[in-house]
Design a protein around this ligand. Structure first.
Ligand code: 5GP
Ligand code: ZN
Length: 110
């Protein structure tokens, strides 16, 4: 999608700190981190949300998260978040998974 910032990141039309790439998935550091470690794992192809993503790509996303956790020393734990739609407060309509770590999180979230 031409006006999607994450498509622009995937196509290298916008700069980002890429920390992982596989056939269908990319991970970049979040521009506005809410934890000492905060990256976004997303499909290279544009899908609006978890409601429309090809479920097969979730396997590759899971694999990406496992590799990122290993490479970035998240062995004490971390949080994976997918914000979906209005109630989920999704602000970028290209499905992505926040991986946040290196601090203590609370439950339930706000
Ligand atoms: P959402 O609110 O949709 O779950 O998350 C969107 C995330 O994208 C936010 O955490 C925000 O900081 C991040 N973000 C927004 N614009 C950019 C950008 O241009 N580059 C990067 N790396 N992250 C971005
Ligand atoms: Zn997109």
């Amino acid at each position: 999608m031409s006006d999607c910032i994450f498509c622009k990141i995937v196509n290298k039309e916008m700069s980002s700190t890429i920390i992982f790439q596989s056939t269908n998935v990319i991970a970049v550091m979040d521009i506005n981190p809410v934890a000492p470690f905060h990256c976004l794992v997303l499909p290279k192809e544009h899908y609006t949300s978890i409601l429309t993503i090809d479920p097969g790509i979730m396997v590759e996303i899971t694999s990406a998260i496992q590799i990122i956790a290993e490479e970035h020393d998240l062995e004490e734990g971390f949080r994976v978040v997918n914000n979906c739609g209005k109630y989920g407060q999704q602000t970028v309509d290209h499905v992505h998974f926040h991986v946040m770590g290196k601090r203590q999180f609370e439950w339930p979230p706000g």
